[in-house]
Design a protein around this ligand. Structure first.
Ligand code: AMP
Length: 505
């Protein structure tokens, strides 16, 4: 009997007596010990009534046991549903109501607030904290340390990941065993991961990046992970010399660059730095290269599709681009129902074994974004450069239409970022009585700089067509970001919604 994902990622740990997880204090968990945790957790899930096909929802701090919970859910043939640790009880109520899991696992600190929410939707509750304590830990301790996995095929669901919902209500992306395994195989090959790799893993494991891109790729190739509960600058600086690879969101790399202790020497043993989940500024890419000699490899993906494209491992890693389609993944750029001529911008569509099976219990939403012939409409706008590298220009929903002209925020942001004293920027469209929408810029100054928004905008006069130039700008200390480092444009639009109405009244 086979269980597609379990057989590829977890079963081989039976032959791994050496370290699998390296913890911040230097302690290690061997592959065999981790597999025993997976087995015991799987038995605890079964004891809690979890059957193949059931959902197991978890809002727990990152820990080795939290990763074992993922493995155990896959092993018993259930569907793993990890939730951002920042979600409030009201948000959890939505997810549990939508996904109706058999079991909900939460931090003991939140048990009192969340148990009524879970039980209202018929879910049993167990707890698990970041140190590996809680009622799930107690329940699994008395269980056998071997388990026969439930049979599951490539088309069965392994996980439901809710989209981050920066533009609307979160939707549950249904991911199959094939989706996850095919993507791990493609990435492992492309990025040349082997059993000798030690991956510095500081990403959260409730998101596709930390759970699938990082953990699955490492598990598949038999490497080790330095498993940190979160981004801790001191811990990362201390542990980097033990690693061979690191995956991060762009803010990881800007925070490292902000610290003078981050030097070329510290990164001498690293073979690969990878970035994704949000745009890496070309400036960060260049500064990182200047400081360390490493060119960060940027890739692009999303909850619904796993990873779609990557810059090359061997070859030119181009700042400001996300490279080429992964092996087995097709990509096209569409506008007005047809592929654009090369070089033009349009909506990115992808097709391949990585593309999800639809949104959980939302057939209309699925039909809007997933074509019957398998092409997924990503909602990202991109263009291919002359050498075929994909450039992300923005989200379709972020497109600003001012006086009938289309403006891609990324183009304006790149010009703003290049102005003296600007650290970074975000461009949004705000309601405007004449133009429908007007381009508005939010600027973050470099440390110690006092920015004058008017002179920054003046610097764009010879650089951009007039209709693209922001009609106003404000200076803020920092941009609002979610846990994965994505700028929350909906929040910016809301905060500044009345700007032009007020300015022109
Ligand atoms: P999520 O589903 O939370 O992983 O968010 C996916 C979205 O993040 C994509 O649709 C893109 O808009 C954005 N994204 C991911 N990687 C990149 C990247 N390397 N550059 C620009 N945007 C990215």
């Amino acid at each position: 009997m086979t269980n597609t994902l379990y057989d590829a990622l977890f079963a081989p740990l039976a032959n791994r007596p050496g370290p699998l997880l390296i913890l911040p204090d230097g302690a290690t968990i061997t592959g065999t010990a981790f597999l025993a945790m997976v087995a015991q957790t799987g038995h605890a899930l079964r004891a809690a009534g979890v059957q193949p096909g059931d959902r197991v929802a978890a809002q727990v701090p990152k820990s080795p046991l939290a990763l074992a919970l993922y493995g155990a859910t896959v092993a018993v043939g259930a569907i793993f549903l990890p939730l951002n640790t920042a979600y409030t009880p009201a948000e959890i109520d939505y997810f549990i109501g939508n996904a109706t899991p058999r079991l909900f696992v939460c931090d003991p600190d939140r048990n009192a607030a969340l148990t009524p929410v879970a039980t209202a939707h018929g879910a049993a509750v167990l707890t698990l904290d970041g140190a590996g304590h809680g009622s799930l830990a107690t329940a699994l301790a008395v269980q056998p340390d071997r388990l026969t996995p439930a049979p599951r095929g490539p088309g069965d669901l392994a996980a439901i990941l809710y989209t981050s919902g920066t533009t609307g209500r979160s939707k549950g992306a249904m991911l199959t065993h094939r989706n996850l395994l095919s993507n791990a195989e493609a990435l492992a090959g492309l990025w040349q991961f082997t059993a000798d790799d030690v991956l510095l893993h500081a990403l959260p494991i409730f998101h596709t990046h930390g759970l699938f891109v990082a953990s699955n790729t490492s598990l598949l190739t038999g490497g080790r992970m330095i498993f940190l509960p979160g981004f801790d600058l001191d811990a990362i600086l201390r542990l980097l010399p033990q690693a061979t690879a690191m995956m991060g969101v762009p803010t990881f790399y800007t925070r490292l660059l902000d610290d003078p202790r981050f030097t070329r020497d510290l990164t001498a043993g690293i073979r690969l730095f990878i970035s994704g989940s949000a745009p890496l500024l070309a400036e960060t890419h260049r500064a990182f290269h200047a400081r360390t000699g490493h060119r960060i490899l940027e890739r692009y993906g999303m909850t619904e599709t796993n990873m779609n494209t990557s810059n090359p491992h061997d070859g030119d890693r181009r700042a400001g681009t996300v490279g080429f389609a992964l092996p087995g993944v097709e990509l096209r750029i569409m506008a007005d129902g047809a592929e654009v001529t090369p070089g033009e911008a349009g909506v990115i569509e992808v097709r391949g074994p990585n593309v999800f099976a639809g949104y959980w219990q939302m057939p209309e939403k699925t039909a809007e974004e997933l074509r019957p012939d398998g092409w997924f409409i990503t909602g990202d706008i991109g263009r291919l450069d002359a050498d075929g590298y994909l450039q992300i220009v923005g989200r379709a929903k972020d497109l600003v239409i001012s006086g009938g002209f289309n403006i891609y925020p990324v183009e304006v942001e790149a010009e703003l970022d290049a102005q003296p004293g600007v650290l970074e920027s975000a461009v949004v469209g705000l309601p405007h009585p004449d133009f429908g929408e007007a381009v508005f810029a939010v600027l973050v100054p470099q440390p110690g700089v006092i920015l004058d928004p008017e002179s920054v905008l003046a610097g764009l006069r010879d650089r951009l067509a007039r209709f693209k130039q922001p009609k106003a700008a404000v200076v803020v200390d920092a941009l609002p970001r979610n846990a994965m480092g994505k700028v929350q444009k909906a929040a910016l639009r809301k905060t500044h919604a009345g700007w032009f109405a007020a300015a022109t009244s």
